[in-house]
Design a protein around this ligand. Structure first.
Ligand code: LLP
Length: 422
C-alpha cells in the first residue's frame, strides 16, 4: 500500500498518523486514502491510450457515497448488480449511459427501472432472463439495450467462491446459447444487442485467463457483427488481483511495493489488440483493483490468552467488519500502529463474534501486543465494509477519507438505535 508508511515508529496514511485517528474516532475504524483512489483510477484509465473505453467501477467492492462521487468525477462508469446499486450509481452522478447492469437474478422491477433510465446495457445471464427482458420492454414499448454475458469456461485457478467463468458456475451463458440468442435478438423489435460481456472471476493473478478471454470475446463479437447487430462494446469484466501478502513490510520507513498483480499497462493493450478490428468500444469492470489498496481497518486489542499452545489475541473487530478471512481464507497483513522495541509473537488474531470462524489470522507472527494497542488490517478497501453486517447486534464502523493532512468522516458509526428498528 503506497499510501502507508512508517515515519520513525508511527504508521501514517498519507500525512495522518493512524493512531491519532484511533484516538479521536475510536475503533473499529475504516480509513481510505483519497490520493490512492485517484491514482488507481488514473492508472487503469491511462492504460487505454486513445482507444474508446469506459472503466465501469464494480460498486460492490466499496459503495461509500464519497468514494463513488470521487470516481464519478474522474469519469468512471459503473457495474451494478441490483436496483440498489443502480440507485447509488445515479445518486453519485454517474450517467446512465455509463452504467452496465449485471447479476444472475435481476428482479422485474429492477429490469424495468434499468430500461426506463436508459442504462448502457443489461447483461443477459440466461435464455429465460432474455425472454423476461424482452417482455418487459415490449410492455413498456421501449427497446432494451442488452449484452450477452458469456461463460467461456475459463479457470482462473483461484478460490472457488470467486471463480465465475467455468461451466457449472451459475454465471453467464455458453457459447452455443450465445450464438442462438444472437440470431434470435436479430428478430426482436424490443431488444437491441449492444454488448458482449464476461466476468470470469475475482482476485485473478495470472495474465493467461485474460489473454484467452480476449480472443474468445472477440470471436463472439465478430459473429454478432456479421449477423448485422450494431454492437457497441465488449466488456471484459473485472477480477484484476492484488498481492495481499506484501502490502507493507513492517519496518522503519518501509513502504509498500506495487500492490497490483496484474498491471493494467500490460493487460489493456492485449485486450485492445484482440478486439480492435471489430471497431467496438472496450469496457472493463474493476472493483478490487481500484479500492482494495486504499483502505485499512484499525482495531484495538482487547485481551490476550492462551489455549493449549495457541496464543490468542482478541481484537474489537471481527467478521462483522471484515469477513474475507472467514469466508475465503483470505490473507490480510496485520501491522502495529506504533512500532515498539518489542519481541514478536506467533498468535491467532481473532474477533469478538460468537463463531469459531471469526478470525483475521491464524498462527501469524506479529509484534508483541498488549491490551489497548492498536493494529491495522491492510488492503481492506474492497469487500471490507461492503460485506459488513450487524451480526451479534454490532453497529457498523465509522469510515474516514484521508487526503494529505485532512480527514473527513464519510460515514458515521452506526448507533444502537440504528439497529433497534421496531
Ligand atoms: N463485474 C462483475 C459482473 C462482478 O461480479 C464482479 C465481482 C466484478 C466485476 C468486480 O470484480 P473485481 O475486479 O473486484 O475482482 N467478495 C469477494 C469478491 C467477489 C467478487 C464478485 N464479483 C472477495 O472479497 O474476494
Amino acid at each position: 500500500m503506497q499510501c502507508l508508511h512508517y515515519d520513525k515508529t508511527t504508521l501514517y496514511m498519507e500525512n495522518v498518523a493512524l493512531s491519532e485517528l484511533a484516538n479521536e474516532f475510536g475503533t473499529p475504524l475504516y480509513a481510505y486514502s483519497y490520493n490512492q483512489i485517484l491514482a488507481n483510477y488514473k492508472r487503469f484509465d491511462e492504460a487505454f491510450g486513445d482507444y474508446p473505453h469506459t472503466v465501469c467501477y464494480a460498486l460492490k467492492a466499496n459503495s461509500n457515497p464519497a468514494i463513488l462521487r470521487m470516481l464519478a468525477k474522474c469519469g468512471a462508469g459503473a457495474d451494478v448488480v441490483s436496483g440498489g446499486e443502480l440507485f447509488f450509481a445515479l445518486e453519485s452522478g454517474i450517467k446512465p449511459e455509463k452504467i452496465v447492469f449485471a447479476g444472475v437474478g435481476k428482479r422485474d422491477i429492477d429490469i424495468e427501472a434499468a430500461i426506463k433510465i436508459g442504462v448502457r446495457g443489461i447483461n443477459v445471464e440466461s435464455e429465460m432472463e432474455y425472454e423476461v427482458i424482452s417482455d418487459i420492454a415490449s410492455r413498456l414499448n421501449r427497446v432494451a439495450p442488452v449484452s450477452l454475458r458469456i461463460n467461456p469456461d475459463i479457470d482462473i485457478h483461484g478460490h472457488p467462491y470467486i471463480a465465475t467463468g467455468r461451466h457449472g458456475d451459475k454465471f453467464g451463458i455458453t457459447r452455443d446459447i450465445a450464438l442462438s440468442l444472437i440470431e434470435k435478438i436479430k428478430q426482436d423489435n424490443y431488444c437491441d444487442l449492444v454488448g458482449i460481456h464476461a466476468h470470469i472471476g475475482s482476485q485473478i493473478k495470472e495474465m493467461k485467463p485474460y489473454t484467452e478471454l480476449a480472443n474468445y470475446m472477440a470471436s463472439i463479437a465478430r459473429k454478432a457483427l456479421d449477423t448485422g447487430h450494431r454492437l457497441e462494446y465488449i466488456d471484459m469484466g473485472g477480477g484484476y488481483g492484488l498481492d495481499y501478502e506484501r502490502a507493507l513490510s513492517v519496518g522503519i520507513n518501509a513502504r509498500g511495493d506495487d500492490d497490483l498483480a496484474i498491471d493494467p499497462a500490460k493487460i489493456i493493450p492485449i485486450f485492445i489488440e484482440a478486439i480492435k478490428d471489430t471497431g467496438v468500444q472496450l469496457i472493463i469492470e474493476p472493483g478490487r483493483a481500484l479500492v482494495a489498496n486504499t483502505g485499512v481497518l484499525i482495531t484495538e486489542v482487547l485481551y490476550l490468552k492462551k489455549t493449549g499452545n495457541t496464543n490468542i489475541v482478541i481484537v474489537d473487530s471481527g467478521m462483522t467488519e471484515l469477513i474475507r478471512p472467514s469466508l475465503y481464507s483470505a490473507y490480510h497483513e496485520i501491522v502495529p500502529l506504533e512500532i515498539r522495541d518489542a519481541e514478536t509473537m506467533v498468535a491467532d488474531v481473532v474477533g469478538p463474534i460468537c463463531e469459531s470462524g471469526d478470525f483475521f489470522a491464524r498462527e501469524r507472527k506479529i509484534q508483541h501486543v498488549g491490551r489497548g494497542d492498536c493494529l491495522a488490517v491492510l488492503t481492506v478497501g474492497a469487500y471490507g465494509y461492503s460485506l459488513a453486517s450487524n451480526y451479534n447486534a454490532r453497529p457498523k464502523s465509522i469510515e474516514l477519507l484521508v487526503r494529505g493532512k485532512r480527514v473527513k468522516v464519510i460515514r458515521e458509526r452506526q448507533s444502537l438505535e440504528d439497529l433497534w428498528d421496531e
